[in-house]
Design a protein around this ligand. Sequence first.
Ligand SMILES: O=C(O)CCC(=O)C(=O)O
Ligand SMILES: [Fe+2]
Length: 316
Amino acid sequence: MGSESAVLPCFDFSKGGWGLEEGGEGWEEMCKRVREACESHGTFLLVCGDETLEGLSSEKVFKVVKELFDLPSETKQKFTNPKPTRPYRKTPVHENFGIGVDDVPLPTMIEELTNLMWPQGNSSFCETIKSLGAKMLGLNALILKMIVAAYGLPQHYNSDVEEMQKTSYLRLIKYVVPEDSSYDSNVALPSHRDKGVLTILCENDVRGLQVQSKTTGEWIEIKIPKEGFVVFVGDVLKAWSNGRLHAPSHRVMVSEERYSVGVFALPAMEMEIKAPHELVDEKVHPLCYRPFKYDEYHTHYLITLSDKSLEEFAGV
Ligand SMILES: O=C(O)CCC(=O)C(=O)O
Ligand SMILES: [Fe+2]
């Protein structure tokens, strides 16, 4: 355990690097590399740089995130998201706010959260988290388009890309070292695979995230670039890609207070997850997963909470 994240691919999406423009110079090469990273590791790092992040420095983001978690418990508990899996939650090792309800735009939800937490207003929280959310949603969308392009799939699969982000949501997380000494481990978030499509995360300057190597099974420490993100492939994207993309197990170990922000791309509940026929062939890539509705898979997971739920539910 303990390899440096230097072994993980890291792409420069800053203006001085590869750039972010769809179809721009270096686009094809970048799509290919992103696809390869998602196949071999299921994860990669992204450096965005100040210009691309438009002033959203890590200091600025985590200052407002910390302000939220520093509010009194009674105030935080007022946040009862109508989506039952995403209210304010607190356990001995972490606290989190899941922000996002199907059909309600993320900026509206962030405004509602701000008004609830600070009736007198807090524009720096509201504007910072809205800009960050928009940036992270945009990056998820771009990466999904890159994957479609890298497989040489016809443009009409971009409608799958849109469907696959219909219920995206943002999560603000604080990890703590438990005071209760009966918690003898510092596993703050146990090993799991993300069940959705694609996850993008940033952290304050405290490490703790680890990913399990696809090839060796060892745990690799992830050092998310300060002006950047880490990206994980989730189960739904693995199924859609006919098992070509890898959905890696990851976990969080903490020895000091840590904060992170994640945007989780999730499909429309009624979306049928089905590999494009171009990604299926008899010999090399036989069909790995039967087509399934996302809400059925989601329900199955909530019942079993199994890390192998995709294989159990839809494996052929
Ligand atoms: O907080 C992190 O760095 C990871 C969070 C995560 O993996 C999750 O919420 O699914
Ligand atoms: Fe995760």
